[in-house]
Ligand binder design. Sequence first.
Ligand code: LRH
Ligand code: MN
Ligand code: MN
Length: 426
Amino acid sequence: MRIDENRLEDANKKSIARHNEHFDFLAGIMTNDGHDINAILQKLQDFQVAIPSWALGAGGTRFGRFGFQGEPANLEQKIDDIGILHKLTQTAGAVSLHIPWDVPSDYDAIKDLAKSHDIVFDAVNSNTFQDQKNAKESYKYGSLSNTNSAVREQAIAHNVDVIKIGDRLGSKSLTVWLADGTNFPGQGNFQKALSHTEDSLKEIYKTLPNDWKLFIEYKPYEPNFYSTVIQDWGTSFMLANACGDKAYTLVDLGHHLPNTNIEQIVSTLMLKGKLGGFHFNDSKYGDDDLTVGSVKPYALFLIFNALVYGMENNPQNPYPAWMIDASHNVKDPLEDLIQSLEAIQEAYAKALLVDQKALTLAQQNHDVVKCQEILQDAYRTDVRPLLEKARLNRNGAINPIETYRTLKIRENLIKERGADSVASGL
Ligand code: LRH
Ligand code: MN
Ligand code: MN
């Protein structure tokens, strides 16, 4: 299904008076404070986040999965769902495919479909954490790090295939996340596992087209609970450096031990020009994959503050690839993604409000109180009218969730696809 322009306009008409009142009030304050509102709006309008093809259905835990009705049953329907998200939020202009969960059958048709929704193909993700049907070798004891060269070769070949698939779609990056590690002390040799991983990544890197990037994701634990080969940003950074200029570290917010200072990691990587990609989610305990900004919105703001500083001051770092890597057991996946997109834009907008000059001065004067005041002044600003205006300027919805419900989108999807429709892939 597609959103009817007229019905979207009607929904906006109901909120426009309230929006104008709030926006004018905020714009007045911001202008007085010396902000260039149009420049900030433009940045918000340009900020696009990729939606992973595996996030459109209800997720699950190892204890069970509770489906959500009207889930997209194939890649075409997943792209249609992202089209709905993008139409409403004007922030979801990209899709990140997971191979082999979402291999296109007709490349031209899928490219046309994505284009018709104004969606581009962002990073492609390989999968060497599950055994595939008819695969000769098993990943039970690792993939790129496996002690058995036949397994490593199979995993390398899969990544090379994923690059080829992405190339046909216009993707420009490959994200590698490895589940490789051990569950028990003594199960494996740390040095050999790391060396194999480095050698395997170098083989993949060799086949990367010139204008592509390789993103290396890290994660401290899960599914292995004693050791993970690429456990932290330092290991990923080291491997990226070993591969070459086109290899980068990818930060997934959920892939850290509790209380890790992620904004400092972001700063270090950007200073060194090695922050390639970013996966958004939120967590209370571990890699919970909760809705972005639902648990620690201030931490998200501090991370965005580091990202904004890096984007403005580190030309050595490429513009990062943004993706939501969240999962949802009890919410409508589309509503959940709308909430995540809103939280990302909100944190970004607040970070754009930080008075960088005043902050530098306060830091130089060691005025610790002032430093905190500057950050919190930006954080405490209600920027929602700015987000509304950015969406409106691009013909999106003033209130995406409300509009999603008013237009009865889920009900229509259920009518179209049936109540039992289950997301393909997972
Ligand atoms: C690993 C992970 C990774 C994705 C995969 C599907 O925890 O979040 O970022 O590639 O799940
Ligand atoms: Mn991730
Ligand atoms: Mn994860």
